[in-house]
Design a protein around this ligand. Structure first.
Ligand code: SF4
Length: 240
């Protein structure tokens, strides 16, 4: 069931990993200065995840990595940065979507542009939808090692396919991933101009090697190419 309630009825704290100021590294706003709110926790466990410190408690210490913050405390930190562009990322932000609502509501009153990055497996409430300017949806492919029943939620894919604020970003490891992307495009009638292909990789060399053949695929299909700007510029460092 989708939820639509008055914003004033939502209270509580958010479990966060970090708040930082950087350049957006991915998607159609790549290169834009933004404040990032990285939420903790994820409902998936992708094999190549580059933010395992938000959810992998067998390798990271929860008490060290996760802070519970009130909405006023989060807003105070956000206001320290000279930008009106805010990226809610994770982990998977929609795990805490009810508690995100008062934060996003307050930020919209202050004229922030709000991007939300999601793995596209949790349906947003109608209330949350009101405060989001752009959805950066990153549906997972077989290369994530997540089984299909968890990585492809039909109702969510259909929702974002019809949502004019949503761009679909696919992480590409090999050329064989392209056939899987095309199957999803056909199945959900995704618009090619809203498709973004992004090379998987943790080094500038890997990113550039994959970008060369991905560029050709984007040109011949009308997709966008997103390199990982943060990996090219700050390779190996956690957050800038
Ligand atoms: S959905 Fe995103 S945050 Fe979650 S495990 Fe996969 S890559 Fe990491």
């Amino acid at each position: 069931m989708r939820i639509s309630q008055p914003v004033s009825s939502y209270v509580g704290t958010l479990k966060l990993s970090e708040i930082f100021y950087s350049l957006q590294g991915e998607g159609i706003d790549a290169g834009k200065p933004a404040v990032f709110i990285r939420t903790a926790l994820c409902n998936l466990s992708c094999i190549w995840c580059d933010t395992k410190y938000t959810w992998d408690w067998s390798h990271y210490d929860y008490d060290r990595e996760v802070s519970e913050m009130t909405i006023p405390a989060i807003q105070e930190q956000i206001s320290e940065f000279d930008t009106k562009h805010c990226v809610i990322t994770g982990g998977e932000p929609l795990i805490q979507q009810t508690k995100l609502i008062p934060l996003l509501s307050n930020l919209k009153k202050e004229d922030y542009f709000i991007e939300v990055e999601t793995n596209g497996t949790i349906l947003p409430s109608e209330t949350l939808e009101r405060f989001v300017d752009r959805w950066n949806v990153s549906p997972k492919l077989q290369n994530s090692s997540i089984s299909k029943q968890y990585r492809e939620v039909q109702s969510c894919m259909e929702y974002y396919a019809k949502n004019s604020k949503a761009f679909m970003k696919f992480v590409i490891c090999n050329q064989s991933d392209i056939a899987e992307v095309k199957t999803l495009i056909g199945k959900y009638t995704l618009k090619s101009q809203r498709i973004i292909l992004m090379p998987e990789g943790n080094s500038a060399e890997e990113i550039m090697e994959k970008s060369k053949w991905l560029a050709e695929i984007c040109l011949s299909n009308g997709y966008r190419l997103s390199v990982r700007l943060h990996t090219l510029v700050w390779s190996g460092t956690r957050a800038k």
